[in-house]
Write a protein that binds this ligand. Structure first.
Ligand code: PLP
Length: 220
């Protein structure tokens, strides 16, 4: 019980106040997520819309909710109702659909554009060379508010292995911020997970998504 709270406090103390902690809650029970919220976690990150719906129905107004998993087109309608932010916007097609579904319910959706900084064919996210043009197009959508960018980077290996990917993502973040595109804010740079959040913060991250070190190993 006290474990999640102790872990959270320890991490919170060790990083700057300006960094938002997103608890990556896939495969966790309602009870575990409730513990994280009670411990003071600012945001809960969910990977699957259906799993999120069950949990948000119970704990909804006690936290902010971010979609951090790949968003399927057939889940957009539900997702825009449930989430405060979608961190994984990665195509114009998806953006148009989000915009349309938000228009229907009178909501403006905060989004981060997911960057495939590793240029891995198997990964989701926009290729670094295509981010600028996508974001310029997104500026025209009235029900989407771009708030920054997100990247996964490599999942395994040494934390330092992620540095080139974090650096490239930060460079894109800075470049788009400097371009001062109307309707586009570069407020959040979401990168860093349990094994890499410290280097991610050193490289400029102000939003980390951590699961394992908060909750313990996942047993699927
Ligand atoms: C699971 C997950 C995380 C957290 O991973 P941990 O290694 O458990 O900290 C972060 N981001 C995304 C998108 C995830 O799916």
């Amino acid at each position: 019980m006290a474990n999640i709270e102790a872990k959270y406090k320890e991490i919170r103390k060790s990083i700057p106040d300006s960094v938002t902690i997103v608890a990556a809650a896939k495969a966790r029970t309602v009870e575990e997520i409730k513990e994280a919220i009670d411990a003071g976690i600012e945001v809960i990150g969910e990977n699957y819309v259906q799993e999120a719906e069950k949990i948000i129905n119970v704990l909804g107004n006690q936290s902010k909710w971010h979609m951090i998993g790949h968003l399927q087109r057939n889940k957009v309608k539900k997702a825009v109702q449930l989430f405060d932010m979608l961190e994984t916007l990665d195509s114009w097609r998806l953006a148009e659909l989000i915009d349309r579904q938000c228009a229907a319910i009178g909501k403006t959706m905060s989004v981060l554009v997911e960057i495939n900084s590793g240029r891995e064919a198997s990964k989701t996210g926009v290729l670094p060379d295509e981010v600028d043009s996508l974001i310029r197009k997104l500026a025209g959508l009235r029900h989407i508010s771009v708030q920054g960018v997100m990247t996964m980077g490599p999942r395994f290996g040494k934390p330092e292995d992620a540095i080139p990917f974090f650096r490239e993502t930060k460079a894109i973040f800075d470049r788009i911020a400097a371009a001062q595109i109307p309707n586009i804010e570069m407020r959040y740079l979401s990168m860093g997970m349990s094994n890499s959040y410290e280097v991610a913060i050193e490289e400029g991250s102000n939003m980390i998504r951590i699961g394992t070190i908060l909750f313990g190993e996942r047993n699927y």
